[in-house]
Each structure stands twice: as C-alpha cells, then as structure tokens.
Design a protein around this ligand. Structure first.
Ligand SMILES: Nc1ncnc2c1ncn2[C@@H]1O[C@H](COP(=O)(O)OP(=O)(O)OP(=O)(O)O)[C@@H](O)[C@H]1O
Length: 265
C-alpha cells in the first residue's frame, strides 16, 4: 500500500482532562477528549465560548499541562515536541513588534535559536513568499493592513518550517472579504506544504471551507460532541460554498452546535 495513503498520527489525545483550580472553584475545561490528528489533516475546532478549543490547542503546544489522560505529538510528549520545534503557533492577534520590520519580526525566533545571518535571510524570503508578502520585509507592521499583518504572523510561525501549524482564531478580527481571501491563501499554502493544521474558529463557513475534519465542542465540561469528516474535494474554490455538499456539512455542524448549546448562560 502507498505509504502516502496510510494515516500517520501526529496528535493523539486519549481521555484528556484539564481542570483549572480557580478562586470560584474548579473549571473543567476539557473532559474525556479523544482525538487523533493525522499527518496532513486540516482540523478545525468549533464551539461556543469556553468549550475548551484554545485550551486543547495550548495543551498540544505544551502551554498547558493536562490533569488527566495522555497526549502525544509526533509520538513524543508535547514538551519534547516543543523542544524539537514541531509546530508553529499563530495567535488571535498578530502580535508583531511595532519597532521591528516584518523581516526582523520573522527573524526574532530564528535569532534566538542561533540561526546564521544567511540562514535567517533565506528563511525570511521563503516564508514571505509562502504568505504572498514578498517585498514587504522592510515595512513596519503599521504600514500593513490587518490582513497583511496576520499573514506576517503566519509567516513567523512558519519560520522554523515545522510540520504542524496551530492557529487560534487567526482571522476572527478581520472583515469577511479579507477573511475569504486569507482562507483561500491558507488552503493554497496547506496544499503546497502538506502541513498538519489545527485551527480554532467560531465561523461555520470558515470551518467547513477549510477543513478535512471538523471537531464540534461543547462547554461545561469542555468536550467533543461530534467529529465530521468532510466529503469535499481538496481543491476548493470559494464558490464551493454554494454547493449542496457544502451546505449539508454546514448543516451538520450547526446541528451539533445547537445540541451542545445552552441558552441559559
Ligand atoms: N488559565 C486559566 N485559568 C482558569 N480558567 C481558565 C484558564 N484558561 C481557560 N480557562 C477556562 O477554561 C474554559 C475553556 O477556556 P478556553 O479558552 O479553552 O475556551 P474557548 O473554547 O477557546 O473559548 P473562546 O471561544 O471564548 O476563545 C473556560 O471556562 C475558561 O474560562
């Protein structure tokens, strides 16, 4: 059998639990989370506020420590995977340093890691090209639009050429037209690089348009209520959103969200 077709698990969560102890008592952010993300998957996490989407991504990135269950990333503990630079992380806000040019923002983690000047320049050129920002390395963040800044922060997360990209609502603050454009570019980047992507969103169309699998979550305690395998082809022009297949998947996601939603909050 072709090894390309054999799923290779990248993230494996089994009975994952995380309870935060707070002054108001324990908060059960994740309960019994079982999920496998395979190499090359594009997995979106969707669910109401507080259902643990960010917490799950942060566990994968070793930014939080689960209180129960097991979690492995590339067959290692999340901590080991972090030391090996297994992933890049894109936050909700672009978070670029205003006093550094775009190129020097991207270089910062590479400088800290001791990359040579020529390696840094090479990586910066490569990632700026990947996010379609060639020629903007010398600009300061304030000289770029919000969408371009968010692309620059994706470029920074790609600087190490990690196989896994974790993205926490990266386009949430952008208007819909810009978001559509970035969604298209992200899909093209994913197709070109074959990276494994974990993506948090509140938008049903965004989740359905981007993902190979959609993980629907529900709060109190934060848990997975549905995992939807997308039947859509890998090639996805924006107008795929008008097809019956797309509308059907979106409908299933909406039903899943409704089932897990309490309107009493
Ligand atoms: N460091 C923390 N200490 C205490 N409670 C926390 C902490 N981080 C998250 N929580 C709580 O854990 C729950 C899950 O939070 P999380 O941020 O993962 O949700 P989310 O689904 O990403 O929400 P949103 O869509 O609003 O970003 C929430 O009830 C939140 O208040």
């Amino acid at each position: 059998m072709n090894s390309e077709n054999t799923p290779q698990p990248v993230v494996e969560a089994r009975q994952l639990d995380l309870t935060f102890e707070t002054n108001d008592g324990p908060v059960h952010a994740l309960k019994d989370v079982n999920l496998t993300i395979d190499k090359g998957d594009f997995v979106s996490f969707i669910g109401p506020s507080g259902c643990g989407k960010t917490t799950f991504l942060r566990c994968v990135a070793a930014l939080e420590t689960p209180t129960g269950g097991t979690l492995s990333v590339n067959g290692m503990s999340p901590d080991e995977a972090r030391r090996q630079r297994a992933y890049g992380y894109v936050f909700q806000a672009a978070g670029l340093y205003p006093w550094r040019t775009i190129a020097r923002n991207i270089k910062l983690p590479l400088e800290i890691m001791g990359y040579s000047r020529s390696q840094q320049d090479e990586r910066v050129n490569d990632v700026l090209e990947l996010v379609d920002l060639k020629g903007f390395g010398g600009k300061y963040p304030w000289q770029l639009s919000g969408g371009m800044q968010q692309r620059a922060s994706i470029a920074r997360a790609l600087a190490f050429d990690a196989d896994i990209l974790l993205m926490d609502e990266p386009f949430g603050a952008l208007d819909e037209i810009v978001r559509d454009h970035l969604n298209e570019q992200l899909l093209a980047l994913w197709a070109r690089t074959g990276k494994t992507i974990g993506f948090v969103t509140h938008s049903i169309p965004e989740a359905v348009y981007l993902s190979t699998r959609i993980v629907v979550m529900s709060p109190r305690p934060g848990r997975i209520t549905d995992v939807i395998e997308s039947p859509l082809p890998k090639e996805r022009p924006l107008d795929i959103r008008d097809t019956p297949e797309f509308i059907e998947v979106a409908h299933r996601v909406r039903e899943g969200l409704r089932a897990g939603h309490s309107y009493d909050d």
